[in-house]
Design a protein around this ligand. Structure first.
Ligand code: HAM
Length: 437
C-alpha cells in the first residue's frame, strides 16, 4: 500500500467540511472589514521567499521545498552546474510573500490609492520534522492589507481576528493574544547591537544554536525552547525599551485602539516571530491549554519594507495567518464542533425492483430543485434501505412500492416523528420543494 507522505494529512469528509465552514465563516466576518478573496500560485520563484522571508530564517534556510524542472535537472546532471537562482521554484512555505508579489506585480496600490485588503486560504509547505500539529503540508487562512501604515489597520485586523475566533465558537479563555513591537530600521539596529552584546556576554550559558543566532539573527534567541537559554533571555534587553519615538507612538496607538475595541491581549516583549519581514507590530494567538509546544494558532504583524524588498515601491503592509490544523486541535481540546452534522432531505426507498428506475428519476428531479436526495445503489432490502436512510440522517423517507406505482402516489415518512402521509406522484416534487425552500 502506498500511503500519504509523512507530515501530510488527508482531510476526510468531516474535516474537509470543517475546513470549508472555517473558510466561509472567515470570508463572511472579514468581508465586513472590506477584505476580498485572492488566490496566488502554490509555487513561486525561490528568490521571492529568499528576499521576502529572509535567507537566514529557518523557513528559507532549512524548510523550503525547492523544485527544479526535469529539464533543468538533466542539464544540472549533464553540465554539472546547478540551475540558475532565477529558474528555481519553491512550494510556498507561507502566503504573505506571494500575495505581496501579486499586489506589486499588478500595481494594485498606486500612489495615493486606498489600502487593498485581501484574504486567502490554502496549503503551505515546510520540510519540518513532523509531529502532532507540525506538518509538512498544512492549511493557512490569512489576510494581508497593503497601502497604509496607520495603527488603525493593525488594531482593526487583530480585533477582526478576535471577533472571528469568537464567532467560530472557541472560548476567549482558551486563547491568549500576545503583542509586541519590534521597531523599524531606525531603532532596530541599535537594539540588535545591544542584544548581540548581551548574547556574546552570556555565551557560556547559551546553547550552540543560540550562539549561532547571536552572530546571524540575535532576535531569534528569544524563540529557543531550552530551559537554560530561556533563563538567560529573561534578563535580555527588551526591544520595547529601544523603540524610536515614532515606533513607540505607533505601538501605544495600536494598544489603545485594541483597548477601545475590548480586545484582550498580553504584551510580550520577547515575541519576535520567525520571519525577517516584520517591522513594528507583531502578534501571536496562542492556545492556553492542551497544545504543548505547538500552541501558536496564528500570528502576524506589520511589514512596511516587504514590498520594496521584492522590487516594488515603498508600500506598508500588515497581515496574519491562522494554521487551520492547529485551530481545529484547539477546538477539539475545547470540545467544540465546527459544524452541526447535517443530513440529507429525502431518502427514496424502493419496496420492489420496478420502483428503482422511477426512484432514480425522482431523485434527479428533486436534486434539480435544490433538494438533497439519495437512493440505494446496491439492491438492498427495504429494511436495509431504511437503515441507510437513518445513517444518512435523512429528514424524510419516500417509499415507492407496487401499491404506490399502481396508485400513482408516494408514501412519505417523517424520520423524526414517524408520521406518514401520501402525496399524488405529480405533486411530489412541488410539495417537497415548498417544504425544503
Ligand atoms: P507563521 O507564524 O509562520 O506566519 O504561520 C502562521 C501559522 O501557521 C502558525 O501560527 C501555525 O498555526 C501555522 N503553521 C506554521 N507552520 C506549521 C506547520 N509546520 N504545521 C502546522 N501548522 C503550521 C506566517 O506564515 C506569516 N505569513 C503570517 C503573516 C501573514 N504575517 C503577515 N501576514
Amino acid at each position: 500500500m502506498i500511503t500519504s507522505p509523512e507530515g501530510t494529512n488527508d482531510l476526510l469528509p468531516s474535516a474537509a467540511s470543517s475546513w470549508i465552514a472555517f473558510k466561509a465563516k472567515a470570508l463572511e466576518v472579514f468581508s465586513r472589514c472590506g477584505y476580498l478573496p485572492i488566490e496566488t500560485p502554490i509555487i513561486e520563484r525561490t528568490n521571492l521567499f529568499m528576499r521576502g522571508i529572509g535567507e537566514a530564517t529557518d523557513i528559507v534556510s532549512k524548510e523550503m521545498y525547492t523544485a527544479i524542472s526535469s529539464e533543468n535537472l538533466r542539464r544540472w546532471i549533464e553540465d554539472e552546474e546547478p540551475p540558475k537562482q532565477k529558474s528555481r521554484l519553491s512550494l510556498r512555505p507561507e502566503g504573505t510573500a506571494g500575495v505581496v508579489r501579486a499586489i506589486v506585480q499588478h500595481d494594485l496600490v498606486p500612489p495615493g490609492a486606498a489600502p487593498v485588503k485581501f484574504v486567502y486560504a490554502g496549503p503551505m509547505f515546510r520540510a519540518e520534522r513532523p509531529q502532532k500539529d507540525r506538518y509538512r503540508q498544512f492549511n493557512q487562512l490569512g489576510i494581508e492589507c497593503l497601502g497604509s501604515d496607520s495603527p488603525t489597520i493593525d488594531a482593526e485586523a487583530i480585533a477582526m481576528l478576535a471577533g472571528f475566533i469568537d464567532n467560530i465558537g472557541l472560548p476567549s479563555g482558551n486563547i491568549d493574544i500576545l503583542i509586541n513591537s519590534i521597531g523599524c530600521d531606525t531603532c532596530r539596529p541599535s537594539y540588535r547591537d545591544a542584544l548581540q552584546a548581551f548574547l556574546f556576554e552570556s555565551r557560556d550559558s547559551l546553547c550552540e544554536t543560540c550562539n549561532t543566532r547571536a552572530e546571524i539573527n540575535p532576535l531569534r534567541a528569544f524563540d529557543c525552547k531550552q530551559e537554560e537559554c530561556r533563563k538567560v533571555m529573561a534578563s535580555a534587553p527588551r526591544v520595547t525599551d529601544h523603540l524610536c519615538p515614532a515606533c513607540r507612538e505607533h505601538f501605544e496607538d495600536v494598544k489603545s485602539l485594541l483597548d477601545e475595541s475590548g480586545v484582550r491581549y498580553t504584551e510580550d516583549p520577547s515575541l519576535v516571530r520567525g520571519l525577517d519581514y516584520y517591522t513594528r507590530t507583531v502578534f501571536e494567538v496562542q492556545a492556553t491549554e492542551g497544545m504543548g509546544a505547538q500552541n501558536a494558532l496564528g500570528g502576524g504583524g506589520r511589514y512596511d519594507k516587504l514590498a520594496e524588498e521584492i522590487g516594488g515601491r515603498s508600500t506598508p503592509g500588515f497581515g496574519f495567518a491562522l494554521g487551520y490544523e492547529r485551530f481545529a486541535s484547539a477546538m477539539e481540546v475545547a470540545g467544540i464542533a465546527f459544524t452541526e452534522p447535517s443530513g440529507i432531505d429525502v431518502f427514496i426507498a424502493c419496496a420492489c425492483e420496478e420502483a428503482r428506475r422511477p426512484a432514480f428519476r425522482l431523485a434527479q428531479e428533486l436534486r434539480a430543485k435544490g433538494i438533497s436526495a439519495d437512493i440505494d445503489h446496491q439492491g438492498k432490502s427495504l429494511k436495509a434501505q431504511l437503515k441507510l436512510a437513518n445513517k444518512l440522517n435523512a429528514s424524510l423517507a419516500l417509499f415507492l412500492g407496487p401499491d404506490e406505482l399502481e396508485g400513482e402516489y408516494a408514501t412519505i415518512r417523517d424520520m423524526r416523528t414517524h408520521e406518514e402521509l401520501t402525496i399524488p406522484s405529480n405533486e411530489v416534487v412541488s410539495k417537497l420543494a415548498r417544504k425544503f425552500e
